[in-house]
Design a protein around this ligand. Structure first.
Ligand code: SF4
Ligand code: SF4
Length: 472
């Protein structure tokens, strides 16, 4: 029985409700009147339920499909303007006791190089990330209670926050570790993490169990209910995600939106972010063996529909996607991207030798951070290194209230400009710096509040004189 308020995964992600929704969407895929009604309703940025979103995803009318993309673009502009938040992953350990058949870290893979960073290694990796200009990272580990216990993760977070190299600092550590207990989530909260991220991989229970044949991750309900436990442990900001390619994508998009509805209904606040990775080649993994691969055009539509359905949830695309694809997705709703990522353990300091390979997947965008920033500026975006909300306690429902009241623009826009100015002063190439100065000058006028704008101008000058870390 479908019940978004239930704490039981098979009730808030009801298989029957998803099948009914997909059937309803199929029946209405050419229902012009209904599709236009849904699009009209979504213009107020209040989002859509999973059934309405499924109809848009299934829509086969050319004109309406264009309207879906246009609306996604409008909503993105209205809420996020031209800002794109930057981050980088940091792989701490690739030991894993699970048997996920789509990931090279599965424990039966005997030829991948297993590594775990020491605290000294982590300090070196963090300095390398700071020297590029990163301020926000997501730590990643496999699941292994012996090689990678929670205490190791907590110690590593402490190390990361403690490194201050030149003008660098990691100001927000997001955490992507396996589903765990309320107690451990409480410890992560106390360690000062930003968002807790856990990909569902797929919401299709039968497929999920087949794709995770062994290890603790095999337990679908324990995994799917992890965000409830994280919130119970005091973590306000949680990040959902599906690995597209594992199950039919329509099923997973509906499941993902039902999960968001569940968090909103049962826990009082929806997901902070949604990630949209697609399966990539890796050691021991051939993506062509996964028959549910999503073609580019349909992937674009997924991003547009998610943007319309959950306007206030950040959307993340990693370097799994190419420069070209990232450019297409940025227009439709993506708000956060990684840059210069290394998906191997210890990859920022030392490139791996030919006989080593500890990477989780092959990256599809190999540019340096400066090249990515330069490209974003050229496209008219404001690359932002902002981490302000979590640092001033603007998380969970406090954050959502501000966003929904349209007030966040008075924080995001100035913070984006201030953190970009820091990047330009400390790390940018001359060409990037010149482009960045032009963007900052133009974008200042899009700060709605006059007082905030004047204060931003003052802080920009102070940054040029060597001061750092202003935030609204
Ligand atoms: S997806 Fe995560 S849990 Fe599964 S094998 Fe890879 S690292 Fe381990
Ligand atoms: S002000 Fe808050 S919402 Fe806006 S970019 Fe910064 S951290 Fe994100």
């Amino acid at each position: 029985m479908y019940n978004p308020k239930s704490k039981n995964a098979t009730e808030f992600i009801s298989h029957e409700e998803i099948l009914y929704t997909l059937e309803y969407a199929k029946k209405n895929k050419s229902n012009k009147t209904l599709i236009n009604e849904i699009l009209d309703r979504a213009k107020d940025c209040k989002g859509l339920n999973h059934r309405e979103a499924a109809v848009l995803l299934e829509c086969d009318l050319e004109e309406e499909n264009q309207k879906i993309k246009d609306l996604a673009f409008d909503i993105k502009q209205k809420i996020y303007g031209n800002r794109i938040v930057m981050f980088a992953p940091l792989y701490l350990s690739n030991y894993c006791v699970n048997g996920c058949i789509y990931c090279p870290y599965h424990y039966t893979n005997k030829h991948i190089t297993r590594k775990k960073l020491t605290q000294e290694d982590i300090a070196r990796e963090v300095i390398a990330l700071q020297d590029m200009g990163h301020k926000r990272i997501a730590i990643e580990t496999g699941e292994d209670p012996v090689n990678c216990p929670i205490d190791y993760v907590l110690e590593s977070i402490n190390t990361i926050y403690g490194i201050k190299h030149k003008n660098g600092a990691i100001r927000r550590v997001n955490v992507n570790i396996a589903a765990t207990t309320v107690d451990n989530y409480r410890k992560l909260k106390e360690a000062g993490i930003g968002t807790y991220i856990l990909f569902q991989e797929t919401y299709h229970k039968e497929n999920y169990e087949r794709l995770h044949p062994t290890g603790p991750k095999h337990d679908y309900c324990y995994h799917t209910e992890a965000m409830d436990r994280a919130m119970e442990g005091g973590i306000d900001d949680v990040g959902l995600g599906v690995l597209f390619g594992l199950s039919p994508y329509r099923y997973d998009v509906v499941g993902l939106l039902m999960h968001a509805e569940h968090l909103e209904t049962a826990m009082g606040v929806g997901p902070h972010t949604i990630s949209v990775p697609r399966i990539r080649p890796a050691d021991d993994i051939d993506p062509t063996k996964f028959s549910n691969a999503v073609p580019d055009d349909e992937f674009e539509k997924i991003v547009a529909v998610i943007r319309i359905a959950v306007p206030y949830t950040g959307m993340i695309v990693s370097t799994r996607e190419s420069k070209k694809m990232r450019e297409r997705l940025l227009k439709l709703g993506v708000t956060q991207i990684s840059g210069a990522s290394r998906t191997s353990v210890g990859g920022y300091c030392e490139p791996e030798s030919e006989d080593e390979n500890s990477a989780q997947f092959e990256v599809n965008d190999n540019r340096t951070l400066d090249e990515v920033i330069n490209w974003l500026l050229e496209l008219g975006y404001i690359p932002s290194f902002c981490t302000a909300c979590y640092r001033v306690g603007r998380t969970g429902d406090r954050f959502m209230r501000l966003v929904k009241a349209g007030q966040i623009a008075n924080c995001c826009q100035p913070n984006a400009l201030l953190t970009l100015q820091e990047y330009l002063e400390d790390y940018a190439s001359p060409d990037t710096k010149a482009k960045g100065e032009v963007v900052i000058a133009n974008e200042l006028q899009h700060i709605p509040n006059e007082k905030v704008r004047q204060l931003t101008i003052t802080h920009l000058e102070e940054i040029k004189k060597g001061m750092r870390d202003f935030r609204f």
